[in-house]
Ligand binder design. Structure first.
Ligand code: HEM
Length: 210
C-alpha cells in the first residue's frame, strides 16, 4: 500500500510542478510538454519514457487497489462475526472516505486522460498544443469542468491526507507526538498539493492565463 502510494505521490508532485509551468506562457509550456515526449532520447525512442511511465503508473495503481482489497478482507476476516451494535465509526473524515475517494479519483483520471491526453473530450484536443487544450478546458463558459476538477482534486486531498499520515506512521511515527507530527505534515502536504493543482484551472477561469 505504502510503496505504491509513495510512487503515485512522486508522480503527483512532478505533475503539479509541470502544470505550474503554464504561468511561464504558451511557448514554454508547450516546449515542456514536448520535452516530456523526448525524455531519454536518443537512448529511448520518442515517447519511450512516457510509455514506461504509463505502464509504471498503471501497475502502481493496480497494486495499490489490490493491496487495499487484501487489507480490507484481512480486517474483515479478523472479525468474522459482525458487531451486533456497531459503534460509531472512529477516525477522521479522510480515513473514512478512502474507498469512495479512491473510486472518485479513478473515475477522474479516466475522464482526465480522455480530456487532456487523447483530447477526445477537449474543445481543442490537439496534442501538439497542450497550452491551448488547458485554456479551452477551463474557459469561463465551461465552469462545470472546473467544478468537476475541483471536486476531484479535493477528494484527492482527503485521500492524500490520510494516505500520507498512514505511511508516516508506518515509517516510525507511532508515539503520540510522532502521530501529531505525521498528522501535521500530511495536512500541510495535502493542502499544498490541492492548491498547486487548483491554481491552474482557476487562473484560466479568472483570465489570469489565457
Ligand atoms: C487541474 C489540474 C490538472 C491539470 C491542469 C492537468 C493537466 C494535464 C495535461 C495538460 C496533461 C497532458 C500532458 C501531455 O500530454 O502533454 C495531463 C496528463 C495526465 N494527468 Fe493531469 N492535470 C491535472 C491534474 C491531474 C491529477 C489530479 C491527476 C491524478 C490524480 C492527473 C493525472 C494525469 C495523468 C495520469 C496524465 C496522463 C499522462 C500520460 O500518460 O500522457 N492529472 N494532465
Amino acid at each position: 500500500m505504502a510503496v505504491t502510494g509513495i510512487l503515485l505521490v512522486l508522480f503527483l508532485i512532478a505533475h503539479m510542478l509541470g502544470n505550474l509551468k503554464i504561468f511561464t506562457g504558451a511557448t514554454a509550456f508547450n516546449h515542456y510538454a514536448g520535452w516530456l515526449r523526448e525524455i531519454g532520447a536518443p537512448l529511448l525512442p520518442s515517447t519511450g519514457f512516457l510509455w514506461l511511465q504509463r505502464v509504471g503508473l498503471l501497475v502502481a495503481v493496480l497494486l495499490h487497489i489490490w493491496a487495499a482489497t487484501v487489507l480490507a478482507l484481512r480486517a474483515r476476516a479478523a472479525r468474522p462475526v459482525r458487531y451486533a451494535h456497531r459503534k460509531k465509526i472512529q477516525g477522521s473524515y479522510a480515513a473514512r472516505t478512502m474507498r469512495w475517494g479512491g473510486v472518485i479519483i479513478l473515475l477522474f483520471v479516466v475522464y482526465h486522460i480522455l480530456d487532456l491526453t487523447t483530447g477526445t473530450l477537449n474543445p481543442v484536443g490537439d496534442s501538439t498544443r497542450p497550452y491551448a487544450n488547458v485554456v479551452a478546458d477551463f474557459a469561463p463558459g465551461r465552469w462545470y469542468v472546473t467544478l468537476f476538477y475541483t471536486l476531484a482534486i479535493v477528494a484527492l486531498g482527503f485521500h492524500l491526507r490520510h494516505g500520507v499520515f498512514s505511511a508516516l506512521r508506518s515509517l516510525g511515527q507511532q508515539t503520540p507526538r510522532g502521530e501529531q507530527r505525521a498528522r501535521a505534515v500530511a495536512l500541510v502536504f495535502a493542502v499544498a498539493l490541492c492548491v498547486g493543482y487548483l491554481l491552474v484551472p482557476f487562473a484560466v477561469l479568472t483570465g489570469l492565463v489565457s
